[in-house]
Ligand binder design. Structure first.
Ligand code: ATP
Length: 735
């Protein structure tokens, strides 16, 4: 099979399903009408325009699956998440994300209610599914890890940590985008996973209150990584699958939420990630597109692999049934419809270099070896001095021996205690011994006891570590295997039945289409009146269709119009910001220096940031040095002096200017002799714990009296008086 064929074989489209929730009590009370109707057999959803005239036909969309308001959570799980979780257990990456307007049931679909159990959503059902499968897979070792993050206003927060520290995105060639310092926890069963979900939810609510935000305006990603190690022909074979469970922020267009001022800006920012998600989807399905704007938002960077990458993805689009949501419902369905055409190419992640299960296995083997080498064949502890002799007779890596050792340790502890007491007694009773001798013996005995105690403690520590590590590696058994096989067979049969039904549906549709066509061709009119009647009917239907298309065009124009408006607003903001930066650069940074700085800057692809070598020696960072730890500063002091001196020779980015009659001059060019002193002083400043803080905007140069510019400690200050004004570029009044 060629590489291209292999690649095509892995290709599969993003699966898109739509779920409509029931009318809620408030909507019923308000007398709202239902305009959304679902036909799960045909995978269709139709929406009637409440403002359209009677001739306007409902808009019909077809998806991989559609779910009616009454659908059970279990049915949703079986049809959406089940196959993805099965794939993740095999070593594929999987993503399930919920999209839709606020209040349409995204959280209900993803999380549901804890009790009663039948209301549990996709995430808790995933937990049970994973551990049921693991327990039913004997002879395979598994390691499960979890992380939970929130993305709000383009900032990432760890939901499994109490502090609301912002986290950064990083990119590693080969392994893709990851969140630096995001905490990950090893999990042993579904209860632990549930605890993490609850913990994250609590932190999300607390964080939302602290930041005066509403959780429905943030996105959350709950990630479960499953590593498995199978033994194939005596060799270990590792596979790693990662499952992302994503609850997106409400997709409603923010201009409709009546937010104003800073709230609107924040809302636009939040929507920006969803707009970018939409743009990414559009680019992925547009054969002419040459660029996919993943980098335009953190959300799309995090979901990069899920859209067009190495992941099996399911999108659950949620809609409300009521008339007043018509516009948003149509917008959600269009968004979802576009996503249907995205092609992913998922493959099993085999033997990744950084698999944690391999590190665990190696560490466990090492611990077992250490422990086994310190016991003899009967499980007796061998003291250090005797190890060499004993190592010859024992077999390393003996599980039985480790168990034996555990029992022996307990037993020996009490025996030694007794022995020690009796020996002390014996010595004390021995009247013939001189006091000195007695003391010596006692001391020897105590030393021996201390050595043995240390050895025992060491072994206990190793045992505990070994037990802990072994607990993390989970393994199934044969009893559960039978039940799991039955369950899988049943699900497979159900899926096959569904596929057969789909095929039959498609064939029936095709037959009907052909029949209609044949009827049309063969139609013979018995009278002119009949022909006129029939043609009028057809014209009416065509007019209805025309009106529907016109309506759709208007809606599309409105939809894209408001998207463009938002993008333009963002562009205006960015331009304003750019103008400010340009103004500062133009008037306060001399052109030559700017050029030098631009030349020195290096773009770091991995961090997606511009950087300077030795940036820690640049002015702004030096001012922050007081926050650094004293210890770190001391160590760096000598290093910094040397660096500064070295950089002084080459020209470094930490440049201060003196504005003189001749224009801006590098401060250090004035007195070369002072340069050396300054380097030491500068490094000292870095290492000094306390340092007078400069006010924001006050540059390091403002502490020195400069020609024409006086420090605030001196009575004279800078005025706009042109006589006092130096002719340096930065301080010249603008003509
Ligand atoms: N299919 C459903 N059946 C019954 N109740 C539902 C269904 N979907 C949603 N609900 C109820 O509707 C309300 C809103 O749902 P939910 O909080 O899941 O919406 P959401 O889309 O996550 O909103 P947000 O974007 O604000 O987080 C909840 O009370 C939920 O229990």
């Amino acid at each position: 099979m060629s590489k291209q064929e292999k690649h095509n074989k892995n290709e599969e489209c993003v699966k898109v399903v739509v779920r409509c929730r029931p009318l809620n009590p408030k909507e019923k009370e308000d007398g709202r009408t239902q305009v959304v109707f679902v036909n799960p057999q045909r995978g269709e959803i139709s929406v009637t325009n409440p403002k359209g005239d009677q001739a306007e036909a409902p808009k019909v969309f077809t998806f991989d699956s559609t779910f009616e308001p009454e659908v059970e959570q279990e049915t949703v799980y079986k049809n959406t998440a089940y196959p993805i979780v099965e794939s993740v257990l095999e070593g594929y990456n999987g993503t399930i994300f919920a999209y839709g307007q606020t209040g349409t049931g995204k959280t209900h679909t993803m999380e549901g209610k804890d009790e009663p159990k039948h209301l549990r959503g996709i995430i808790p059902r995933t937990f049970d599914h994973i551990f049921r499968s693991i327990k039913g897979t004997p002879n395979v070792q598994f390691l499960v890890r979890v992380s939970f993050l929130e993305l709000y206003n383009e900032e990432i927060r760890d939901l499994l940590q109490k502090n609301i520290k912002k986290l950064e995105l990083r990119e590693k060639p080969g392994s893709g985008v990851y969140v630096k310092d995001l905490s990950t926890f090893m999990i042993q069963d579904q209860e632990e996973l549930r605890e993490k979900l609850l913990h994250g939810r609590e932190n999300r609510a607390v964080g939302a209150t602290q930041m005066n935000q509403d959780s429905s305006r943030s996105h959350s990603i709950f990630s479960i990584t499953i590593e498995r190690c199978d033994i194939v022909n005596g060799e270990s074979h590792i596979r790693v699958g990662k499952l992302n469970l994503v609850d997106l922020a409400g997709s409603e267009r923010q201009s409709k939420t009546q937010a104003t001022g800073s709230r609107l800006k924040e809302a636009i920012n939040i929507n920006q990630s969803l707009t970018t998600l939409g743009n990414v989807i559009s680019s992925l399905i547009d054969p002419k597109a040459t660029h996919v704007p993943y980098r335009d938002s953190k959300l799309t960077r995090l979901l990069q692999d899920s859209l067009g990458g190495n992941t099996k993805t399911v999108m659950v689009a949620n809609v409300g049934p009521a008339d007043f949501n018509f516009d948003e419902t149509i917008s959600t369905l269009r968004y979802a419809h576009r996503a249907k055409s995205i092609q992913n190419h998922a493959k099993i992640n085999e033997d990744p270099k950084d698999a944690m299960i391999r590190q665990f296995q190696e560490e466990i083997a090492k611990l077992k070896q250490q422990l086994a080498s310190s016991v003899d064949k009967d499980g007796n502890i061998v003291m250090e001095a005797e190890v060499i002799q004993v190592e010859k007779v024992i077999t390393i890596n003996d599980d039985e021996k480790v168990k034996l050792l555990q029992q022996k340790l307990e037993q020996e502890k009490s025996e030694v205690e007794k022995k020690y007491q009796s020996e002390v007694k014996k010595i004390e009773e021995d009247k013939k011994l001189q006091e000195k001798e007695k003391q010596q013996l006692l001391q020897q005995l105590m030393d021996k006891e201390e050595r043995e105690q240390k050895q025992r403690e060491q072994q206990e520590k190793l045992l505990k570590k070994l037990q802990k590590m072994q607990e993390k590696v989970i393994q199934g058994d044969e009893i559960m295997q039978k039940a799991l096989e039955k369950e899988r067979e049943l699900n497979k049969a159900q899926q096959e039945l569904q596929q057969r039904k789909d095929r039959e549906r498609q064939i029936a549709e095709q037959i009907k289409k052909n029949e209609d066509l044949a009827l049309e061709i063969n139609q013979k009119y018995r009278s002119q009146a009949e022909e006129a009647q029939d043609k009028t009917k057809r014209i009416k239907a065509l007019v209805g269709r025309l009106k529907q298309i016109e309506g759709e065009n208007r809606e599309l124009n409105d939809f894209y119009g408001s998207e463009i408006e938002q993008l333009q607003e963002r562009r205006r903001d960015l331009q304003k910001e750019l103008k400010l930066k340009n103004l500062i650069l133009e008037y306060f940074i001399p052109e030559k220096e700017l050029e030098r700085l631009q030349l020195r800057a290096i773009y770091n692809e991995e961090l997606d940031e511009w950087m300077y070598p030795f940036i820690h020696l640049a002015g702004n960072l030096i001012r922050n040095s007081e926050e650094r730890k004293e210890q770190e500063q001391e160590m760096k002091f000598q290093e910094d002096v040397e660096e500064i001196l070295k950089l002084e020779e080459e020209g470094h980015p930490n440049v201060f200017f003196v504005y003189t009659e001749e224009g801006p001059i590098r401060e250090d060019d004035i007195d070369p002799e002072q340069r050396k002193k300054k380097a030491v002083a500068q490094a000292r400043k870095q290492s000094a714990k306390k340092r007078p803080t400069s006010k924001p905007g006050q540059s390091a140069t403002s502490k020195r009296p400069l020609s024409g510019v006086k420090n605030s400690n001196n009575s004279s200050t800078v005025t706009a008086d042109s006589d006092n004004y130096p002719k340096a570029k930065g301080l010249q009044p603008k003509k």
